[in-house]
Design a protein around this ligand. Structure first.
Ligand SMILES: [Zn+2]
Ligand SMILES: [Zn+2]
Length: 823
């Protein structure tokens, strides 16, 4: 009789897979891509994933037994697994780390996991078995149990199958969810009943209501707020309608009694699914139709497509049309967005078209929701199969079985890159690989393509489709540069605002138009400095100055969270001459409120959007024109579309331009163009004012002319000269240690191993601008490698260098971090 073995991926950063023995009788259950419980290390159990089943015993060690099989069917498919392997090779990271990032943590129980009662479990149902009862009973007296404790409760060793089954039955949740545990708050909403959703019925009731003016008013307001006659319909909270109606609230009830309105409840803060079930038809412009035709042509040549469309050119409608075609063919579509939390508007629009066929997936969702989505993709249990997933980068790991289309929106966005933990993958690049493995079509859209993508398009590796006109009658915003040097010399500044920006704000307010002010620093002031001796308040753990947050009355480190009260006197010379310098969003907000006391001002940055629904509230308040001026950081630049914004002010272009990175100008142009794109209303030109001390900077001139290709061509010359991407690919090796002198020696030693091969294509080792974070000192090595090779031999060499380095005992404490294609 043959003895079978399984190579298992254990969810730990181990260089190799481990081989386990499949117990007799388990051969038919233990199949590839299913989870199994395996022992690892001393007394620890993990849920690992079978990569391969074979009959060769491991040569170097005695194989331990698989304890249990957790799944009845594979939880990922062959396409997923190919992608995992590609990631592991390309990003030089262990399969265990890929597994850790790819699977929702509900799939990753181990003996360290803490288990809690499911928050929605009210009473213990009779259908549970004895073991389940014992565990739930134990959780009456304790809030959570470790697996070891559960093992004691059940007086048996093998408990993971029981726990796993209980998680599936929604009796338990894993500990990672504890911070997200909350009873969802239900909020009442108003909508038209099905009977009144046709134009004809609506007109009838409007006529009939002419005798009941208050009810008429209520209905009219509902139609307006819901955007009933537009393509951007939204759900209407009862409270909002109440507020508008003020004294005639009872009209809503009257309409409910007449069965024109119905009240329904929805969980507060979940991305509001749109429920009105009208067949939405798109009216596409000629430009959009042409773009769709071209995209499909390129797809027939099996090319990825770069959709380069100016801001507000109507890319979303193009995507919607392509998704509809994909679903019609019976396939699934994936819509990747950089940060799902910042795309409420987009998600609502897509929901209007795809309703229940669409699912949303991202890491801010709690585990239950993520596992549910996972199951809904495969189509198990009660879940209907999703046809469209809108998600952040982690949705690339979902087990689609019939993926036909991937859309990457805002492909240039940095947040597609995963920084920590490894694998440090770039979702756009991964999407291209995923599309190729699953033979799906792919389109990447943006107003400002990344230079890598644009270069690929010019070299015809990608199809290039352009949309140069703004949607409807909108014109490109008019951009002016405001010279801060001059304004300061003439003492003409109003706080942080140049006379030009001040005047424009004033006039826009008078015209009852809305304003966006952009500043890429949060907090009140980026630093405090003694004007007598030059001392600054720096973080004690990082090499960076502390930012003053007025609201918290503290100086805070944005890297490690260290905070101290604002110093009353200088820490060096003792003088009481410590002054705040520079301005962050908090200060801009304060100044603008003082300058325009009647304006309603709000701020959107990390501080004001920390709470679960605060971002959505800010957006909807701004949409409802409850806010006149919105001050904010990068968050403002992401895919927002407001109808009434006529002015955008960029408070400091200098802090965007002067950044020590070869991508600084690429990013600066992109950011300013995106922020500027928020300006402009139907039939009216928007205005943008960019403030700068360096007003002759050529990049600013190009932004003014919306000259993307001009900046691209110029920057590409530099890239070629200094051999940077897209001419090369980069690998960054980071070494960290708590002793700076020792780290220096270690980094030099490491560099020596690689220098003979890379020569001038190795930069460093050198300390970055912020050379210490959380008390870890940092040294960087940057390797430039040819762009168009698979580079396997180079990666092997780097691996050798790391092994060689680690084999020397003295360097044991040095952390090494690999980043392929650092951003
Ligand atoms: Zn001083
Ligand atoms: Zn710090």
């Amino acid at each position: 009789m043959t003895t079978y073995f399984a190579d298992v991926i254990v969810p730990l950063p181990l260089p190799k897979l481990f081989t386990y023995r499949i117990p007799l009788g388990m051969e038919h259950e233990a199949r590839p891509l299913m989870r199994v419980v395996v022992p690892f290390g001393r007394k620890k159990l993990y849920a690992g994933l079978i990569a391969k089943v074979h009959s060769t015993p491991p040569a170097a060690y005695q194989a331990k037994y698989i304890e249990q099989v957790l799944d009845e069917t594979p939880i990922i498919n062959e396409v997923n697994f190919k992608l995992w392997k590609w990631i592991s090779e390309y990003y030089m990271c262990p399969m265990g780390s890929v597994m850790n990032v790819a699977l929702p943590s509900g799939f990753k129980i181990s003996s360290e996991t803490k288990i809690t009662r499911h928050p929605e479990l009210d009473e213990i149902k009779s259908s549970i078995n004895d073991k389940e009862y014992l565990i739930l009973e134990a959780l009456e007296s304790q809030t959570h149990l470790s697996l070891d404790e559960i093992s004691d409760v059940l007086q048996q060793k093998t408990i993971l199958p029981t726990v796993n089954a209980m998680i599936n039955k929604k009796l338990l949740i894993t500990g990672e969810d504890m911070k997200l545990r909350f009873k969802p708050k239900m909020v009442p909403y108003v909508r038209l009943t099905k009977a009144y959703r046709s134009e004809q019925k609506l007109n009838e009731i409007l006529n009939a209501l002419s005798v009941a003016p208050k009810q008429m008013e209520a209905l009219m307001h509902y139609l307006k707020i819901s955007g009933w006659h537009t393509q951007n319909k939204v759900e209407v909270r009862k409270q909002i309608l109440n507020e508008v109606l003020q004294k005639s609230k009872s009209a809503i009830k009257a309409l409910v009694d007449k069965q024109v309105f119905e009240i329904y409840e929805r969980e507060e803060g979940r991305l509001n699914p749109f429920v009105i079930d009208t067949e939405l038809k798109l009216k596409l412009t000629e430009q959009q139709n042409t773009a769709i035709g071209k995209i499909i042509d390129f797809w027939s040549e099996h090319k990825p497509v770069l959709l380069h469309g100016v801001t507000s050119s109507g890319k979303t409608e193009v995507y919607i049309e392509l998704i509809k075609a994909c679903i019609k063919e019976g396939k699934q579509a994936l819509f990747l967005v950089p940060e799902i939390a910042l795309t409420t508007q987009l998600v609502n629009r897509l929901k209007a078209h795809f309703g229940e066929q669409m699912g949303v997936y991202h890491s801010r969702f709690n585990d239950n929701e993520r596992v549910e989505t996972w199951n809904a993709i495969i189509g198990v249990n009660k879940y209907s199969k999703f046809k469209l997933i809108v998600g952040a980068r982690s949705s690339l790991f979902l087990p689609f079985d019939n993926l036909g289309l991937i859309i990457v929106d805002e492909e240039q966005e940095n947040s597609f890159k995963q920084f920590d933990p490894e694998p440090r993958y770039h979702a756009r690049d991964l999407a291209i690989v995923a599309a190729s493995i699953s033979k799906a079509n792919i389109v990447m859209g943006t107003a400002t393509p990344s230079y890598e993508s644009y270069d690929n398009a010019l070299k015809e590796k990608y199809g290039l489709v352009e949309m140069k006109q703004r949607f409807g009658d909108r014109e490109m915003p008019k951009i002016e540069i405001s010279d801060l040097k001059k304004a300061h010399a003439h003492k003409a500044m109003h706080g942080s605002f140049s006379p030009e920006l001040y005047q424009e704000i004033k006039q826009a307010l008078e015209r009852k138009e809305q304003i966006i002010l952009f500043r890429n620093r949060r907090g009140f002031a980026p630093r405090a400095q003694c004007t007598t001796c030059g001392w600054t308040t720096d973080c004690k753990n990082c090499d960076i100055s502390l930012t003053f947050h007025k609201f918290r009355k503290e100086m805070v480190c944005h890297y490690c969270g260290f905070h101290v009260p604002f110093p009353k006197s200088c820490g060096q010379c003792g003088s009481a001459t410590v002054n705040l310098q520079g301005q962050g969003t908090e200060k801009i907000e304060e100044e603008i409120s003082e300058l325009f006391p009647h304006a309603r001002v709000a701020r959107m940055d990390l501080e004001t959007t920390r709470q679960k629904h605060s971002y959505q509230k800010l957006i909807s308040d701004f949409e409802d024109r409850q806010i006149d001026i919105l001050v904010g950081t990068q968050m403002l630049s992401k895919g927002l579309d407001f109808d009434n914004v006529s002015l955008v002010g960029i408070i400091s272009a200098d802090s965007i331009l002067h950044y020590p990175d070869f991508r600084a100008y690429e990013r600066a142009y992109s950011l300013m163009e995106q922020v500027a794109g928020r300006a402009g209303r139907k039939n009216k030109k928007g205005r943008v004012i960019i403030q700068s001390f360096d007003s002759d900077n050529p990049i600013l001139k190009k932004v003014q002319q919306h000259d993307y290709t001009g900046v691209f061509q110029e920057q590409l010359k530099h890239r070629e000269q200094f051999y940077y991407p897209p001419y090369s690919r980069l690998i960054q090796i980071t070494l960290k240690h708590k002793d700076p002198q020792f780290l220096r020696i270690a980094a030099q030693h490491f560099g020596k191993y690689l220098k003979p091969t890379f020569k001038e294509n190795m930069l460093g080792p050198e300390a970055p601008t912020i050379a210490r974070i959380r008390n870890w000192y940092i040294e960087h090595l940057l390797l430039k490698i040819p762009a168009n090779q698979t580079n396997k031999s180079i990666k092997r060499l780097i691996r050798e260098a790391i092994d060689h380095f680690k084999s020397q005992k003295e360097f044991n404490g040095v952390r090494i971090i690999l980043d392929v294609d650092p951003q």
